[in-house]
Design a protein around this ligand. Structure first.
Ligand code: SF4
Length: 577
């Protein structure tokens, strides 16, 4: 890598905000010998352009010996972020490749068949005479050979060890704040009727310790491998059999990794065994080990970008980096404080024991906020489907349902798309929409956080960490989500959007985690006020609907579909089969 080249490689004709200063700090950090640079860049700092500049500084073939890695990867856990990169003309030299299921086979009579169910995966020895034109294989070939390749983190991790995507000089990870959690998710092994064919025939014994669990996993892997081999040897498979073969191959790979990791840990491996209703989960407690072969071994230098890497030492510990090899570059926020106000409107606490009392007050509050914003679309972060349902029922009883939209687990993407496309000032009660949502301008002018988004203490891994006193991790996880959420409605320097905090626990969180607030967010918290809201008046809440059109229909693309039992918004949807 030649850090000095970052300026020449910046893809825009001129710098905006603090981009030039950020590039200088990034250059210096690499020049000082750091292997990893964390770039804490708030919304609107043009992270993707900084990413491209760093990628452009990678070693090139002309400057390399036969064994030097060359080129760069761009990867992100968020499919929407990869979509944005692909659509950006300034980033058109990033060769994007996606999972097989995102492409259609082009053979006659197979045009609605995704590549992961096409004849080349269904029929043994199938020789496709148009493979050179196949959209998937052609994108993979281009990405494999281009200097700059881009893919989701799921695809990137999945291709560890592949010939096509070997070690490169530079790896950029965008939206990297949740890297440890993503790795935990990818490395988690779920065994139940959804993930293991013929699960009802599997007898799960007592698993009192990891050694016993590894013995069970080994036996199960052997059994599944025999079934996968039988399918592989069959001349021709149906689409269902292909799906089964792929699921078997995934489970065998995961189970072998688990067994190897337990054996390598010699009784000190970091896994939790969690018996679930009708199944069992193996939960990794140390995702850093998983990240070594899937991420850290894949590059010489790394650049990790996010608005919400809150604590360098804690982040490094979570992902297996030595803080001594890591530099932190802070990019200042350029959006005026007045454009991103926070409002304290909390009528109480939304903790489990107070929720019954507080939820009706939050519903009344929403009616008053709707009256305050009669003509503007708003997003309500409901936090859970239980809270969402409780609010929707009460809003219906209050007579304002006409302006309220909801979604469930299966129609999340279509309902969101329909709301985004609509010109009506509707209010969307969303669940897990704190990240990866760009509500620029009139797409939403206001939003409400209904509950402090602490990790779920019923999750075995969360409970284990809290048993170990990891309250700093617990608070930071919630704070990170809050800061991500606050960025949804203010997307550019001229954009404005109000964020209302409806849970008093959020205010406690800001006090407890004060030292972890990025300076630009601390400014927002310090400037927070309590607004004068209109009185409760359902008619006033609906006033902006006069003249607004009827409900619009949503649309559903391939990316919205389910993938063999995974929820529609599951991050592994992008992984190739
Ligand atoms: S390689 Fe051929 S058979 Fe396979 S998906 Fe592509 S076009 Fe279809």
């Amino acid at each position: 890598m030649d850090p000095a080249r970052v300026f020449d490689e910046f893809p825009a004709p001129s710098y905006r905000g603090n981009q030039e200063a950020a590039l200088a700090a990034i250059r210096d950090a690499y020049a000082d010998g750091n292997r990893v640079v964390l770039v804490r860049a708030p919304t609107g700092s043009g992270k993707s352009l900084l990413a491209r500049a760093v990628m452009g500084a990678c070693r090139r073939a002309d400057d390399a010996t036969a064994t030097d890695p060359i080129g760069a990867y761009y990867t992100t856990p968020q499919v929407s972020q990869l979509n944005a990169v692909e659509a950006d003309p300034l980033l058109d030299d990033l060769a994007v490749v996606r999972g097989k299921r995102n492409y259609d086979c082009i053979l006659p009579h197979e045009t609605d068949t995704p590549v992961d169910r096409a004849p080349c995966v269904r029929e043994r020895g199938f020789d496709c005479d148009v493979r050179h034109r196949c959209p998937y294989f052609s994108d993979r070939e281009i990405a494999s050979n281009r200097r700059h390749a881009a893919m989701t983190l799921a695809y990137f991790m999945r291709t560890a060890g592949s010939d096509a995507f070997g070690r490169r000089d530079v790896v950029v990870i965008d939206e990297a704040h949740g890297l440890a959690e993503w790795a935990e998710l990818y490395a988690t092994i779920e065994l139940d009727r959804r993930t293991v064919p013929d699960w009802s025939d599997v007898d799960v014994p007592e698993l009192p310790d990891l050694e016993t669990a590894a013995g069970f996993a080994d036996g199960l892997a052997n059994r599944l491998e025999r079934r996968a081999d039988a399918l592989r040897e069959a001349g021709s498979l149906t689409a269902e059999e292909v799906a089964e073969r792929d699921r078997l191959a995934d489970r065998v790979r995961e189970l072998r990794w688990f067994v190897d990791d337990v054996e390598a840990g010699e009784g000190d491996a970091d896994w939790l065994v969690d018996r679930t209703d009708g199944g069992v989960k193996f939960l990794p407690l140390n995702p850093a080990r998983y990240l070594h072969h899937t991420v850290w071994d894949r590059g010489e230098r790394f650049c990790l970008l996010s608005a919400t890497i809150l604590d360098k030492a804690g982040f490094c510990r979570g992902v297996g980096l030595d803080p001594a090899d890591v530099a932190l570059v802070d990019v200042e926020h350029t959006f005026p404080l007045a454009h991103r106000p926070l409002y304290d409107v909390a009528p109480g606490r939304m903790t489990y024991e107070h929720r019954q009392e507080t939820l009706p007050k939050v519903a009344r509050l929403l009616v008053r906020l709707m009256a305050r914003h009669p003509d503007e679309k708003g997003l309500v972060h409901a936090h859970s489907y239980g809270i969402q349902r409780g609010l929707a029922e009460r809003l219906e009883q209050m007579g304002v349902a006409e302006r309220v939209r909801t979604h469930d687990r299966d129609d999340r993407d279509e309902a969101l798309a329909a709301w985004l496309e609509s010109d009506r000032p509707d209010v969307f009660l969303g669940v897990t929409m704190e990240e990866a949502l760009d509500l620029e301008g009139d797409l939403a002018r206001w939003q409400v956080l209904c509950k402090a988004p602490f990790p779920n203490v019923n999750d075995a891994r969360v409970a284990h960490r809290l048993d170990g006193g990891r309250w700093d991790w617990y608070n930071r996880a919630a704070l990170r989500t809050v800061i991500q959420a606050c960025g949804r409605v203010v997307r550019s320097v001229d954009d404005t959007g109000a964020t209302y905090l409806a849970d008093a626990s959020l205010l406690d969180l800001f006090d407890r985690a004060r030292g972890d607030l990025p300076p630009w967010f601390a400014e927002q918290v310090d400037a927070m006020t309590t607004p004068d809201l209109p009185e409760f008046d359902p008619q006033a809440a609906l006033a902006g609907l006069d003249g607004a059109g009827g409900r619009d229909a949503g649309s559903r693309g391939r990316d919205s579909g389910s993938m063999e039992g995974l929820p529609a918004n599951h991050p592994l949807r992008d992984v190739w089969g």
